[in-house]
Each structure stands twice: as C-alpha cells, then as structure tokens.
Write a protein that binds this ligand. Structure first.
Ligand code: CA
Length: 224
C-alpha cells in the first residue's frame, strides 16, 4: 500500500508519515497543492490523504482536478474542526471520506484501512489465497495454519500480491505500490524480497504443494 500525504504543516505531515510507515505503508509527502497534484498524477498511489488548506492549490481544487483527469485514487480529506460546509464540498469534489482535525492516529488508521480495502472484495480484514491468510489488522500471516513471520516490507509485498491474485505483476508495478518515492531501489530489490517470501512460504511446503509465488519469465510475478 502506497499513500500520498499532502499537508503543508511539516510537523503533522512528519507524524502521519512516521505513523503510517510503522504500519508498513509506503508514504510520500507533498507540502504544497501543486506538488501534491503532480505526484498524484504521475505516481501510483492506493490512497491520498489531502489537507484542505494548502499553499498554491487548495485541497478541493486539487481533488476536483484529479477527478477530471480520471485519477480515481481514494481521497481522504483532512478538514479543520467544525467546518461542516467543507465536509460537504469535500465530498462533492470527489473525496471519498473526510476526517476532522484534530484527529487521533487510531481514527486515521481506521479510515485508511476502510478506504484501502473498499474496492476489493475482502472478507473482513483477512485476505485469503488458497491456504494463505493475511490479516491486515493484526499483521498475522499463516499458510495452511502454520504461522509465517514476515518483516514489514515482506508483509507489504505479500499484501499487494494477495490483493491481485492470479494477475501477473511487473517489478515496476510492485515497486510503485510497495516502495515510496525516496526508497533506495536496486535492480534486484524485488527479486530479493520475492526470494525471502518464497523461503518462508513455498520452501517449507515444497514437498506437499505447488509453489504459490510464480515467476512469469520476462513479465514479473503471479500469486496462485
Ligand atoms: Ca493546511
């Protein structure tokens, strides 16, 4: 899950970024409206957290303009306390949800999770592909009932693969959704993480089961 945070108050932006990264999300931050707009248009995000009052271009205009450009990334609008009319115009502009400042991080996370899973048919918080289960709330992963311990990035990568089962995903697509803009990506970064996942998921079951993580030569990877 990759998230864009557009927020001009540096302290708030830094706190949101840090908190979301602890939850294994990849996060980019923009401090002005135009910068946020450019990133939202050129990079692939799964969610945008958008402040209302921004230098250069306000959140409403930004959101409305994105929608006219057919960018339908879910937008969670951050509004100042009690600005009811802002909420209404926020939703009118094409935002998917709003959150009133000041908010607790728990509330922000709950909204982020709700929006992140909205387009997919997910049973509760648990993604399931064959015997593989991944809980996006508790971060527990199991394969045929056996617990699998993953690092944060391994978890994000597996979550992305599980949200697109049976689809061939290119390395570029994987990088765009699992790593943030500033991350140091080496040509073999994805391969390294895929290998880690295989060692933890497929290798222990290699005598009984077909591998779940499949390499599609020249294209990328497919789950299931
Ligand atoms: Ca602001």
């Amino acid at each position: 899950m990759r998230i864009l945070v557009v927020e001009d108050e540096h302290k708030i932006a830094a706190a949101i970024k840090k908190g979301l990264e602890q939850e294994t999300y990849a996060v980019d931050v923009a401090f002005t409206g135009p910068n946020g707009y450019d990133l939202a248009l050129t990079e692939e995000y799964d969610l945008i957290l958008l402040d209302l009052m921004l230098p250069g271009m306000d959140g409403l205009t930004l959101c409305r303009t994105l929608r006219t450009k057919h960018v339908h990334t879910p937008v969670l609008m951050l509004t100042a306390k009690g600005q009811i009319s802002d909420k209404v115009s926020g939703l009118d502009s094409g935002a998917d949800d709003y959150l009133t400042k000041p908010f607790s991080f728990e509330e922000l996370l709950a909204r982020v999770r709700a929006l992140a899973r909205r387009p997919k048919s997910v049973l509760g918080n648990v993604l399931s592909v064959k015997g593989l289960k991944l809980d996006t709330m508790t971060y527990e992963v199991s394969y045929y009932g056996k617990r699998v311990l993953l690092s944060g990035k391994e978890f994000s990568l597996l979550e992305y693969l599980m949200k697109h089962p049976k689809q061939v995903l290119s390395k570029d697509q994987i990088i765009a959704h699992v790593w943030d803009y500033d991350a140091d990506i080496l040509p073999n970064t994805v391969e390294v993480y895929i290998k880690n996942l295989r060692n933890k998921i497929d290798v222990p079951f290699s005598k009984k089961r077909q591998p779940l993580i499949v390499t599609v030569r020249g294209f990328g990877y497919r789950l299931g």
